[in-house]
Design a protein around this ligand. Structure first.
Ligand SMILES: C[S@@+](CC[C@H](N)C(=O)[O-])C[C@H]1O[C@@H](n2cnc3c(N)ncnc32)[C@H](O)[C@@H]1O
Ligand code: SF4
Length: 382
């Protein structure tokens, strides 16, 4: 049976962080039960059209899914496991915020069947947390990390680096503190000013007080160095894990496997090679809800992908991974070979320049190349 990962999107948050362009909305009066029922209907819809699959991951993302009713999480997990065949090592992740109210509910999510927690810590410094508009303190974050580690067999937290005013010395110190609290996985993202966010309105293009490019490179190097010292390898551009601690859900995306996404704005890649389709749901929560209640699904678009598009996506995702892109898997998922997808002259030049390497049927980006994937792929694809 083909492996499948399932993503469920919960689009609500207690407040909107000024840097965030995720599909998240502040709506205290949102009718949670109606949204949960609609997620259940979309789940049944996807299962009916997809047919039998081996379920390797369920991921509750957001927004803030830790605001969901734990009983609803349990029943969605149960439905997914009834509709598909759960793998023996099925990973069930929930994203959570470390405010104390949500942290108090963690045990109930564990009881609901969640076996991996991903906590949005962002920073371990009160002034930095306030500057990026977070509602929790560093002490609350530490407490949530402790209970997350205790309660869940697998546990990760997110940090945001390259924040205004951050220096290599201050980052090294903060990161060492974070690594001493980490279990087997950490995600570390560089702060980006996304269009449409409060930060983008506050700062004119290029005028945000972010660290200079050389400082950002230095911060990234420190991250890799310090994580490695604690046994966490950079297995992806922004993700660090001990062997076996890698996020199976995201690996399914990066290896260009099949995934279904349900909920407002969720994306899916369904089918294989010649039948692979990109599926997108309505982003606006009420529009999505109304369509699910009317038609049983919130799909806005379903597009077949051409070989060139499949190749571009497989490379854009796969080259983010330290393991690189496996030629056989690439062919199985895209329906063509790496040689058919790539411009030979550009490939040769990228290898000579130290951005890419080829070995054992694998195309890999070097550390330097991995941070320039968009530019590389602009010319590398035929
Ligand atoms: C969907 S959000 C996380 C879940 C949860 N709502 C939270 O905020 O803790 C996923 C992660 O993306 C990262 N993120 C979001 N916007 C970002 C930005 N503009 N720059 C860098 N990282 C960002 C944060 O680390 C965040 O934890
Ligand atoms: S970062 Fe998380 S809590 Fe903040 S608005 Fe985005 S999804 Fe919501």
């Amino acid at each position: 049976m083909e492996p499948l990962a399932l993503y469920l999107h919960w689009p609500f948050c207690l407040s909107k962080c000024p840097y965030c362009d995720f599909n998240s909305h502040v709506r205290p009066e949102a009718d949670g039960a109606r949204f949960v029922a609609a997620l259940g209907r979309e789940l049944a819809f996807e299962a009916a059209r997809l047919g039998p699959r081996q379920l390797v991951s369920i991921f509750f993302g957001g927004g803030t899914p830790s605001l969901m009713d734990p009983g609803a999480v349990a029943s969605l997990i149960e439905s997914a496991c009834r509709l598909w065949t759960p793998a023996a090592d099925l990973e069930i992740t929930l994203e959570a915020n470390p405010t104390s109210a949500e942290a108090a509910r963690l045990a109930r999510f564990r009881a609901a069947g969640v076996n991996r927690l991903s906590l949005g810590v962002q920073a371990l410094d009160d002034a930095a947390l306030a500057a990026i508009g977070r509602r929790h303190s560093a002490a609350e974050a530490r407490a949530a990390i402790e209970s997350g580690r205790e309660l869940f067999p697998r546990f990760s937290f997110d940090l945001i680096t390259a924040r205004p005013g951050q220096t290599p010395a201050s980052w090294r110190q903060e990161l060492r503190g974070a690594l001493s609290l980490a279990a087997d996985h950490l995600s570390i993202y560089e702060l980006t000013i996304e269009p449409g966010t409060a930060f983008a309105r506050r700062y004119r293009p290029g005028e945000a007080p972010l660290p200079a490019a050389e400082t950002q490179e230095a911060l990234y190097e420190i991250t890799g160095e310090e994580a490695a010292r604690r046994g966490l390898a950079a297995y992806e551009v922004s993700n660090y894990a001990r062997p076996g601690g890698e996020c199976r859900h995201n690996l399914q995306y990066w290896r260009y496997g099949e995934y279904a996404g349900i909920g407002p704005g969720a994306h899916g890649r369904i089918g294989k090679a010649g039948t692979l389709r990109a599926i997108a749901r309505h982003r606006q929560p009420d529009r999505w809800l109304a369509q699910v209640e009317r038609l049983g699904h919130g799909i806005a678009e379903q597009e077949p992908l051409s070989f060139r598009e499949r190749g571009r996506e497989a490379l854009l995702m796969g080259l983010r991974l330290a393991e690189g892109v496996d030629a056989e898997r690439f062919a199985a998922r895209t329906g063509g070979s790496l040689a058919e997808a790539l411009e030979p002259g550009v490939l040769e030049a990228a290898v000579a320049a130290g951005y890419l390497e080829i070995s054992d049927q694998t195309l890999r980006a070097t550390n330097v190349g991995r941070r320039r994937l968009d530019a590389l792929l602009a010319t590398l694809l035929r």
